[in-house]
Design a protein around this ligand. Sequence first.
Ligand code: PLP
Length: 383
Amino acid sequence: MPEFFRDEAAAGFDPASASTILTVDLDAIAANYRHLRSIGGGADVAGVVKADAYGLGLAPVAETLACAGCTTFFVTDTDEGIALRVALPGATIYVTNGLTPGAAALYRGHGLRPCLGSLAEVEEWRKVASHAGMALPAALHFDTGMSRLGFDEVEAARLTAEPALIAGIDVTLVMSHLACSDEPEHPLNAIQLARFKPIRDAFASRPASFANSGGALLGPDYCFDLIRSGYGLYGGTSGPGPSPFRPAVRLETRVLQIRDVPPGITAGYGATWEARGPRRLATLATGYADGYFRSLAASGRVYVGGHYAPLAGRVSMDLLTVDLTGVPEGAVKRGDFAELIGPHVTLDEVADRAGTIGYEVLTRLGDRAKRLYTGGHLTVPES
Ligand SMILES: *Cc1c(COP(=O)(O)O)cnc(C)c1O
C-alpha cells in the first residue's frame, strides 16, 4: 500500500486555498506506539481509535499503528468497528460499548468483539454462539471504579463463581478501566488495581487489560498483558511532569489582516478587549467552528513570526484576533501562518488554558481544516 495516506491527503491539497492546516505526524504516532511497547514490562499495546482516532483520521492512524506492529484495536461502537474493518481486514477489534440489543449479527458479520459488561449482554452473546454452534470471542469488562460500563461487584462475583455463565463464549480478554490514571497520587488507582487482581486471577488463563495511556505511565504493575492507548499515541500527556510522548498534531492558521489601532479601540464581539495604548492586531482564520475554544479568549496565545501573541477579545465562529504588539515589526505579514497547537503551544497547554482536557480539544477539531499527513510507513503487514 505505497504512500496511501500522503497521496490521498495531498490530493486536492492546494496550500494557497488553505485557511487552516491540521498536520498529523504519523511517524510521531508510530514512535509513541513503540515507546508504550517499551515501558509496559512486556505488555502488548492496543490502539484506541474511537471517535475517528480522536479526530485525527481513523484510516491513516490505524494503518500507521498496524505498520508499527499493532494488531489489536478498540473502538466505541459497531459503526466505528465496521469502518476500521474496512481499513484493516485482519485486525482484532474490540467494541467498548458492549453488545447493544439486536446488534449481534453486525458483530459477527464484521468480526467485531464486544466488551461484554453485564450478564444480560453475556446471555445474549451466548445465545448467538449457541445458534452459531461455535464459541464466539468477546472481552469481559469489569467495573472497578468508573461506575459506567462493566460488570458491577455483584455480577462480577456471580461470573467468577459460576463459570457455566460464560459457556460458549471465548473470553479473549478480561479488562477494566482506570478513573484517575492522570493523577498518579490518587488513591483510587491502587484501589482499582487491588479490585482487578482477584478478577484477573479468576480468569488467569486469559489475557488481561487494565491500563490506558496514563495507566501505563503508572508503572508495569498496571500494564498486565495489553495496554489500551489513545491519547498518549496522539502525543498528549494528561499527568504531571514532562511528556514522554512526541507531539503528533500541529494546527496552523492564516493571518488574514494586520492593523494598527489607536488607544481606546475595542476588538471583537462584546467589545471586551480595549487597546490600552497603540496596538497592532492580527486577524486569524480560525474560530470556534474549527474547534478552537471560545474560552481561550481569557488566556490563550498563539505562536507567530517566532514570538507569542496573546488573544485579543472574543473568539468568533470563524476568526480570532491576536495582539501582535510584542512581535517585532515585519516579523509577521499577511498570509503567514500562526501556530495554534504545535511544538510551541502544546495540546495540553491549549486544553489547560481552555479549561478542558486535550482529549476534548482533539475531538473537536472539525473538518474545515485541510489535513496533511506526514511520515507513515509504506506497507501494512499481512495478517
Ligand atoms: C478511551 C479509552 C481508552 C484510551 O484511553 P487514553 O487515555 O486515551 O489512552 C482505554 N480504555 C477505554 C475503555 C477507553 O474508553
